[in-house]
Design a binder for this molecule. Sequence first.
Ligand SMILES: *Cc1c(COP(=O)(O)O)cnc(C)c1O
Length: 416
Amino acid sequence: MSERDLPRPPRGTFSPSTLDGELTHDLETLRRAGLYRTLRNVSHRSDATVLLEQRPAVDFGSNDYLGLAGDPRLAAAIEDFLTHESTGAAAARLISGNHPVHTQLEAELAEFKRTEAALLFASGYMANLGAIPALVGKRDVVYADALNHASLIDAVRLSRAESRVFPHNDLDALRRMLTEDAGTYRRRLIVVDGMFSMDGEVFPLDRLVPLAREFDAWTYVDDAHGTAVLGNDGRGAAEYCGVEGEIDVIMGTLGKALGSAGAFIAGSHALIDFMLHRARSFVFTTASPPALAIAAREALRIAQAEPWRRETLRANTRRLRQGLRTIGHPGEGADDSYIIPVLIGATDHTVRIGDLLRGTGYIVGAVRPPTVPMGTSRLRITVNAAHTPEQIDGLLDTLDTAFRAITEPALPSGMA
Ligand SMILES: *Cc1c(COP(=O)(O)O)cnc(C)c1O
């Protein structure tokens, strides 16, 4: 009997469970709270411009800090490889999916981060989800900053270690917890973002390292936003804070400043060898396409060979932050932070400003719960090395208009 002959249910009799009804109800709740979201098509990325639903727009919402995601050199680097080798890796790294370019990229990342070794993961989310449960379990404790990225929160939950959350960037509170817990747990792991994705602040790693040493706790830094950007040579949050070689575990991503995709854990030989055996999101997943590793190698080369990208990023950051002060809506976070949150508060205002900007060809993040706490909705503006001064000034003009439109009381009806 061919597939065609198999009996099919008659049309119109699809009678699902209560699933659709319940989910529709939940979606309606989200819609009423202004939290309903939709996907928009973004294509033809080149420098800082894209097509947004077919119309030109300047992207101030990406994490493409060095402007490399649309760099033709990354595409050129993989073109030849794709012609002569496979697109898919076909298997997990430990079976038959380990291509030499994976290993080469790992060696280059370790050298770049000044660690002994590195191990690739398919994404930053998967790296955190694999690495943390490999390191800690039931008899252990994780100390986590209150603003840690969702993937870190999920990873700690998955590990089943005790989770102790300290107020954002508050090392005194962390010290009190470490003191209280003396002798209670087997292993102690302190987990923080290097640069926080929603407020743009850098964790004070220079003060964290001695504290961790004093209490014999291990340090885990998620350097998704710092890799290839922070520090004089872009080696990340550890370089920026002057603690290279002193962080036990570093997670870095390749999909942000390095313009490609994937992530890595970097640290000692022992750490990396252990991850290869015990990080389940490494062991039990197909290796990422080797072409992606080639693109990442090219991006890493460019990031080091073209330090002007970091200098331009800093100049662009200054220009945008200065302009925001001028229009009376200064950004939060440190002066040199290229993640610039502008607090709005109300979710509906934030969404309306985001819509107005989009309508005039500027993409900024309109960030709302659950990404940030209730009542702290904000615009998340990110700068990159590819933005021109004209694009930055254009955004500022449009922002100024949008802020006025939102905050000025509407004309009484009949007067408009
Ligand atoms: C983006 C991000 C991740 C996830 O990385 P992906 O490669 O996008 O999965 C993890 N941690 C932080 C802090 C991030 O900003």
